[in-house]
Design a protein around this ligand. Structure first.
Ligand SMILES: C[S@@+](CC[C@H](N)C(=O)[O-])C[C@H]1O[C@@H](n2cnc3c(N)ncnc32)[C@H](O)[C@@H]1O
Length: 221
């Protein structure tokens, strides 16, 4: 474990440089026959693991005519996949670059979405969704710009405090799924959930490049 984190620390600056050079301009990302153009200031599904795990998980679900919210949609590839499977989809984010790009890709792929600017649930007026999907920022640092909101949840996990405070109003008999990696402080995030009367139950686990990723179902305790 110590060796692994040392290796990660050593190669991290080079990976970051390569990533930044690659994303000097918008780049395409494809899942099945859906293609999005990822803006340089938007979370990229290409060099991360979480989006692909969620895509594969969601691809196996029956979604015809169900209502689906992707909270923090980034490139929107998950929302577009859900729409392609017949779901009525709302895609929200606080990153305007993401939302503007998604409006175009939604039209280009002929997959209509309801695209909403919202800080978590602040502007989400619909109260019931059959599925809510969240791939959250989880490193404890204050985000300095729109892109960093994809990674940093605030110095004191503010993102999770607000999320778990709002979420009980949106949990009925529906399914709320959130992906996390072993790289983050899962026990602290679980503690914040439990302070808000919520339980995080692991329903799926996948290891990619020696990093464990978990999909949690979030339920009322
Ligand atoms: C890790 S990225 C995931 C993007 C996308 N769901 C995916 O799986 O590729 C997290 C996303 O959440 C968004 N986000 C962060 N804080 C948010 C907030 N308070 N309200 C809404 N979206 C937020 C970020 O802008 C980013 O697009």
């Amino acid at each position: 474990m110590i060796v692994r984190s040392l290796v990660k620390k050593l190669i991290h600056p080079f990976l970051k440089l390569g990533y930044n050079l690659y994303y000097l301009k918008p780049r395409p990302y494809r899942y099945h026959d859906i293609e999005v153009l990822v803006h340089p200031k938007v979370f990229s599904p290409k060099f991360t693991i979480s989006t692909k795990i969620l895509l594969d998980y969601i691809d196996a679900l029956t979604l015809k005519n169900i209502s689906f919210l992707e909270l923090g949609c980034g490139s929107g590839i998950i929302s577009l996949l859900a729409a392609s499977k017949g779901a009525m989809v709302t895609a929200s984010d606080i990153n305007n670059f993401a939302l503007e790009a998604l409006k175009k890709t939604s039209q280009k792929n002929n997959l209509p979405l309801s695209i909403v600017y919202s800080d978590l649930f602040d502007e989400i007026t619909q109260e019931h969704f059959d599925y809510i999907i969240i791939n959250p920022p989880y490193y404890p640092r204050k985000p300095k710009n729109e892109k960093e909101h994809a990674w940093f949840c605030g110095e004191n996990f503010e993102y999770f405090y607000k999320l778990f405070n709002q979420l009980p109003n949106y949990i009925h008999k529906n399914i709320v799924l959130m992906i996390l990696s072993e790289d983050c402080n899962i026990s602290h995030i679980k503690k914040i959930a439990s302070e808000n009367g919520l339980t995080m139950r692991c329903i799926f686990e996948k290891t990619v490049v020696k990093e464990k990723n978990f999909i949690f179902s979030i339920e009322i305790s």
